[in-house]
Design a protein around this ligand. Sequence first.
Ligand code: NAI
Ligand code: MG
Length: 336
Amino acid sequence: SATTPIRATLFPGDGIGPEIAESVKQVFQAAEVPIEWEEHYVGTTIDPRTQSFLTWESLESVRKNRVGLKGPMATPIGKGHRSLNLTLRKELNLYANVRPCYSLPGYKTRYDNVDLITIRENTEGEYSGLEHQVVRGVVESIKIITRQASLRVAEYAFHYAKAHGRERVSAIHKANIMQKTDGLFLKCCREVANKYPEIVYEEVVIDNCCMMLVKNPALFDVLVMPNLYGDIISDLCAGLIGGLGLTPSCNIGEGGIALAEAVHGSAPDIAGKNLANPTALLLSSVTMLRHLDLHDKADGIQNAILNTIAEGKYRTADLGGSSKTTEFTKAIIDHL
Ligand code: NAI
Ligand code: MG
């Protein structure tokens, strides 16, 4: 048929990024997904318009297409320029990062009933990039919490819960210590919770939340939290189901932008060795397809991934298998 393809931005990213992005491209082609990728690589010099290695053109591409998929981008520690991920999140106002995490049928961990959605505030908190040395030997990092961003992410979490038939939203915090910042975050969550009486609302202190998640993840449903807590909790959740190679995410921005990305980083320890598990990025691409209402394609690809893992014949090393990235990808294509 002569349907016009949808244009989407693709950042293959660093480390294992290009290898797992290649998997996505191949699976999309085999599944005849009507998407035309606009590929953008991270630049090798700082673009003054973004103050980072991210090019202005690549940001424009996401702004125009409204949808995209990004591989991991490495952030060298202490190099004195803006993190690429922070730049993307701030420039595109990607205010909520949605991280679904569910047990994969046939892949055994301590639990078989994990079904969690972490919703991470994505633009402020400790990630505001406001760090400086006060005097020698004393540095300061400023945690920003605003009413606007807190209400926006809380609103997104409750809306998500309602739209997806979820029953409970837990706000994760440390307001006993961070009284002003996390206190404001909670106040905003309560305000929004009042508008959703059909959804159970609770507040859980982050350290206790970690313990409860490890002991019994079924206690939770949708979790909403400030930026840093979301970073930490979502890796913990990934651990419950088998690791970072499995968990997808999608960044939601103002005006309906959706930039999907895996939760994991560039995995320099296995980069370039055809060892990476492409599942996390593939499942992220599935969230992108759902955002575009391409549900039949999304279902087809998601089932092929889950069936390949469940069958167990082809698994990457992180799941105890011996398949290369390319072999595992081919097995998924065979399952389509
Ligand atoms: P990482 O997530 O890259 O790796 C942690 C561990 O998980 C490693 O042992 C790695 O081999 C393994 N792993 C991750 N993804 C995997 C996959 N798909 N298949 C199999 N194994 C996988 O975290 P790390 O090492 O702390 O960070 C490396 C770089 O990535 C840093 O520069 C960091 O700043 C960046 N990073 C970028 C993110 C992003 O772009 N959203 C997120 C997290 C880290
Ligand atoms: Mg992280």
